[in-house]
Design a protein around this ligand. Structure first.
Ligand code: CTP
Length: 407
């Protein structure tokens, strides 16, 4: 085997029958152009949507759907064995069911059974099919076994329907594949498999009147990085996003919110069956006591009315105190400007969370930046320093520490 072949990750792109098969062409292009040796294994149904000639031309490799072609090469075993990653996009309800039950009636299902590498499924189907208990149980089974099943996006479906079930954008699926490939194979790579994690991100806005609000400078980048990394580690992810303008990460359920009260409602609801909750959002501690239904106008010669404030609920403290689920891990964030570690220790004890990620805030640091530096304090007295680097690195450290604490 020459050097190039050894270093080139081998990806199998499984394509099942669905109109979103056309989007898999773009995913294939991204994979091949970025140096992945990609073999396409469509199902018969997929070929109704995009023909074998297209897959073959784009991948530069032969395309077969049946186990009876090129039998001397034993493709039903070899393709799966040799793969570093198998990604099925779009994954229909049918292929999810077959994979969950170990059926092997064509080349793709055989490949899924023989692969020992990470598996990524990007489901796409009508909302009713996705929500059906049969599909949901199949997805839960696959996730429990360590497959990465990314949540479908919400939007326009075939025909005039809209709802949950859209294939996420090819770029976003590609990013998930890259993340999963980087973590490699084995149980440790998908240590959040079968887990549901809830992350809050962004900054709340507390309205004064229809055009003004009290807000903060949180960009949401840290929370989004936590969501992306959790997906690649196999988790089902709910991201409660307050006033962010970032593109939705692939495979994540995004719940948009505005105020602290709305954020609390969404987080508490999602936390009911969550294994971990990470409060990365900057939540306003106070909101205007009175909301003016009409825009507040200035009056000639008169001083402005003072703005009265009332306390918002402390969501982190509430989650940490009434754990909705036994063994749930709760993580908070703290931005401090002075006596950083002492203040943070006190905050950890006050809020009773399991982990507190402490950022020192200052110029260029934390708000809106792509990179950050932090210390993660544990309720058990542990202290983990994360050097200055990409927010994904800090996110992975947080998930390492969370996974260690799961019962
Ligand atoms: N938080 C929360 N609900 C609030 C305020 C903050 O859940 N009403 C969460 C944030 O999401 C974050 C952590 O608490 O995880 C940060 O708290 P911070 O605002 O720094 O703590 P405070 O108790 O407000 O401390 P300080 O007195 O320093 O403002």
């Amino acid at each position: 085997m020459d050097q190039r072949q050894q270093d080139t990750p081998r990806v199998v792109l499984g394509v099942s029958g669905g109109i979103a098969a056309y989007k898999a062409c773009e995913l294939l292009r991204r994979l091949t152009e970025s140096g992945h040796e990609t073999r396409v294994v469509p199902t018969d149904a997929a070929l109704h949507f995009v023909g074998a000639a297209t897959w073959s031309a784009l991948s530069g490799a032969p395309v077969a759907t049946e186990v009876w072609e090129s039998v001397h090469e034993v493709p039903h075993v070899r393709i799966g064995q040799a793969a570093d990653l198998v990604v099925v996009a779009p994954a229909s309800a049918d292929i999810l069911a077959k994979a969950a039950h170990g059926l092997a009636d064509d080349l793709l299902t055989n490949t899924l059974l023989t692969a020992r590498c990470p598996l990524v499924f990007a489901p796409a189907m009508h909302t009713e099919m996705w929500e059906h208990p049969a599909t949901q149980e199949n997805v839960a089974t696959l996730r429990r076994r360590g497959a990465v099943v990314i949540e479908p996006a919400v939007g326009r479906l075939t025909g005039t329907d809209t709802g949950k079930g859209r294939l996420p954008e090819p770029d976003a699926i590609f990013e998930v594949c890259r993340g999963v490939l980087a973590r490699g194979a084995g149980e440790a790579a998908v240590d959040l498999a079968g887990r549901h994690v809830v992350i809050s991100a962004g900054g709340t806005r507390e309205p004064l009147d229809p055009v003004r609000f009290l807000g903060n400078r949180s960009s949401g980048k840290q929370g989004y990085a936590l969501a992306r990394t959790a997906v690649t580690r196999g988790a089902r992810v709910t991201l409660v996003a307050a006033n962010t303008e970032l593109p939705a990460p692939a495979g994540v359920d995004v719940v948009p919110v505005g105020t602290a009260v709305q954020l609390r409602e969404a987080v508490v609801k999602a936390a009911a069956d969550a294994d971990a909750v990470v409060m990365a959002a900057a939540v306003a501690d106070f909101r205007p006591a009175v909301y003016a239904a009409d825009k507040i106008k200035k009056r000639d010669g008169a001083d402005p009315e003072p703005v009265g404030l009332v306390r918002n609920p402390d969501i982190l403290a509430e989650l940490s105190t009434d754990r909705s689920r036994a063994g749930q891990i709760v993580v908070g964030f703290a931005a401090e400007t002075e006596d950083v570690l002492a203040n943070a220790r006190a905050k950890l004890a006050r809020k009773r969370c399991d982990l507190l990620v402490v950022n020192e805030v200052g110029e260029r640091k934390t708000f809106g930046a792509e990179e950050s530096e932090a210390v993660v304090l544990g309720a058990d007295g542990s202290e983990t320093a994360v050097p200055y680097g990409r927010k994904e690195v800090l996110s992975d450290t947080v998930w390492d520490l969370v996974a260690l604490r799961f019962p």
